[in-house]
Design a protein around this ligand. Sequence first.
Ligand SMILES: C[S@@+](CC[C@H](N)C(=O)[O-])C[C@H]1O[C@@H](n2cnc3c(N)ncnc32)[C@H](O)[C@@H]1O
Length: 174
Amino acid sequence: MTAWDDDTAQRYADKYGGDASIFEVLNAAGIADGADVIDLGCGNGSALAALADRAGRLAGVDPTPRMVEIARERCPGADLRVAPGEATGFGDGDFDVVMMINVIHHLDDISAGLAEANRLLRPGGLIVIGGEVFSTSMVPEGQDYAGALEAAGFGAVERRDLSGAFITTARKEG
Ligand SMILES: C[S@@+](CC[C@H](N)C(=O)[O-])C[C@H]1O[C@@H](n2cnc3c(N)ncnc32)[C@H](O)[C@@H]1O
């Protein structure tokens, strides 16, 4: 899909970086206060900034350096790294929640990204996938990630349509 570089990152941050879908997903996600949260494909940091006053440890990765630069300015307390969602460099079981908002269709390898999300979570940990609803011309594989989540070791998969977005949540089994 989109080739992300510093110019694209700046344009995205200026135009869509505070998109309503991000906050719809966050409001529906049921993230507990004090949870340790990592945002895979954190972009310019909008979701992390919205959680800053109530989360525990906050972290994020994005492979686009300019995105991480902007996110660091907005979320000085978060541990933000330039890395893909498929290989974050964080430790096993470091987090209670993994978020992937408006991002899963950008991954080079969705199965690898979900396996990495599973590795990062503590048992029972929550994965939150969501964002804008795209037509199949944008995401020919669709936006139903239930099968991929189950294959990656998640259970209790639930998808909901929100007013202008979708959310899929699931729990790490074990
Ligand atoms: C549409 S933006 C969404 C950013 C942010 N989550 C939001 O909702 O504003 C997609 C993001 O995916 C990032 N991205 C691209 N390939 C990625 C990968 N393999 N792993 C993680 N993020 C990736 C891009 O750099 C970009 O920041």
